[in-house]
Design a protein. Structure first.
Length: 154
């Protein structure tokens, strides 16, 4: 049957479509070809295949939305867990960079009337800050006399 078919030398849009049976079509194509090679090409989807691709897209979109929601929650949880450590790290970096730390505590204010300066001493007796005295601070009080000697009895 295939022997009666004329060999095609001109390229056509379709070849061997006169054979309804796929095996016969492939036998015909094999008989008229000059060889076989693996070729990548674009094949148009049928209506059913397009509907199947849309369904696959919908399923994938739903799954990805669920995964993204789970990912977002997990990232928020990780961020909450990491926050105290990030704060500690930032404080340690700042301490190492400045080689000091900021301390807030009640300090002792001492006025030196001769130099017109005010000094602030921590509980260890270390001078932690000083500044020029305000005019209101230079007015003498009864306590100023006690400070000169450092004792109440002398």
């Amino acid at each position: 049957m295939l022997n009666n078919i004329k060999f095609i030398k001109m390229l056509q849009n379709e070849l061997g479509k006169q054979f309804a049976n796929l095996d016969q079509r492939q036998e015909y194509l094999n008989s008229v070809c000059d060889g076989q090679e693996s070729v990548s090409y674009t094949r148009i989807f049928t209506t059913e295949e397009l509907a199947e691709q849309r369904e696959l897209l919908t399923d994938a979109s739903i799954m990805l939305a669920d995964i993204e929601r789970t990912k977002k929650q997990a990232l928020a949880d990780f961020k909450d867990q990491a926050k105290p450590w990030e704060d500690q790290k930032a404080k340690a970096i700042e301490s190492l960079r400045t080689k000091s730390e900021v301390v807030e505590e009640d300090c002792y204010k001492v006025l030196d009337e001769e130099t017109k300066m005010v000094g602030f001493y921590n509980s260890n007796g270390d001078l932690v800050s000083s500044r020029g005295a305000f005019a209101s601070e230079l007015q003498k009080t009864i306590f100023a006399e006690f400070r000169k000697t450092g004792t109440h009895d002398q």
